[in-house]
Design a binder for this molecule. Structure first.
Ligand code: ATP
Length: 311
């Protein structure tokens, strides 16, 4: 009998999965296939979606919480796609109810949909007692989206390719962040299109993406004041071009005492690195009062990737 068939099939599984921030996002020129090569440093933050899977008569998905009405409630939901793919590989029908509690802003540049996909992947594996090995989970994750493997692994990692090829980075200690959520989302493809437009006058050979060696060394030192000036996001000019009000948000965070602030991924969430937890609380309070964001949260990182919290 196989190991999988010996394992216990759970009644319901809840998986907690973190948001990500890109501490560095280098974007290469547009490739012929429509994608861009990326070099990125991800960090998983303590802002989580919960993905609950339970046996049902058919596949259904429901979302509550932050931005729930903007999330598809059909088979195109990334969590549903993940469950469907695991079921296909396991030769099962995906008779599962997926309930997502969202705290990660939708279309916020923090990979919330990818987080839900990673959560659903881990949840389906656990619910059906499949005990898939890590490399297989990572392979399925990469097929679902370029940010899904990182949501699975968490921590701090260098991502290359389209961001799906990961190498862990040693980051000492905890970093303290403030997140400023924008009033409206940004579509990731639209932000890439805007970047290509802004770069129209540049030849591809002028667009050089380097490995962020200085940042990786700074992360190992664990000193946020060394890390802060090395934060970089090539998508930021495009996000600012589409939502000019974000400039005011970034300035407000630094004026409030953050060491540095950048747009997270494709935006529009702005993230601020702070000297310590007390400073993050102060910056968050001041930013809330400044009225430059829909919501303001503190978070720390790195934290682990998708993990089962109840069975
Ligand atoms: P990224 O940072 O990976 O570019 P994002 O954080 O900006 O992504 P998401 O919240 O992942 O954006 O959502 C992008 C779009 O994907 C949403 O507008 C939504 O229509 C769709 N989507 C599908 N499934 C989900 C899900 N489970 N949660 C959120 N959005 C989903």
């Amino acid at each position: 009998m196989s190991r999988a068939s010996l394992s216990v099939v759970s009644d319901a599984v809840t998986v907690r999965v973190p948001a990500k921030v890109n501490l560095y996002l280098g974007v290469g020129p547009l490739r012929d296939d429509g994608y861009h090569d990326l070099v990125t440093v991800f960090q998983a933050l303590s802002l989580y979606d919960d993905v609950r899977l339970s046996p049902a008569t058919e596949l259904r998905v429901a979302t509550t919480g932050e931005g729930a009405t903007d999330v598809p409630a059909d088979g195109t939901n990334l969590a549903a796609l993940a469950v469907t793919e695991v079921a296909r590989r396991a030769g099962r029908t995906p008779k599962v109810a997926i309930d997502v509690t969202k705290r990660i802003p939708v279309a916020g540049g923090m990979a919330g949909g990818s987080a839900d996909a990673a959560g659903a992947l881990v949840g389906a594996d656990k619910l059906w007692g499949l005990e898939l090995e890590r490399p297989e989970l990572s392979e399925i994750a990469a097929g679902l989206g370029s940010d899904v493997p990182f949501a699975l692994h968490g921590g701090t990692a260098l991502g290359t390719g389209r961001g799906e090829q990961l190498m862990p980075i040693l980051a000492r200690g905890q970093f303290h962040w403030v997140l400023a959520m924008s009033k409206s989302g940004l579509s990731t493809p639209a932000v890439y299109r805007e970047l290509d437009r802004l770069r129209e006058s540049r030849s591809d050979s002028d667009i050089v993406v380097e490995r962020p060696d200085a940042l990786m060394a700074a992360l190992t030192s664990g000193d946020p004041s060394v890390v802060a000036p090395l934060l970089r996001n090539d998508l930021q000019p495009a996000a600012l071009s589409l939502q000019p009000a974000l400039r005011r948000t970034l300035r407000a965070g630094v004026d409030a005492g953050a060491l540095n602030g950048i747009v997270s991924g494709s935006g529009p969430t702005c993230v601020f690195l702070c000297a310590d937890e007390a400073s993050a609380v102060d910056v968050a309070a001041e930013l809330s009062g400044a009225g430059v964001a829909r919501a303001v949260r503190t978070a720390n990182g790195p934290v682990p990737g998708a993990r089962v919290v109840t069975e």
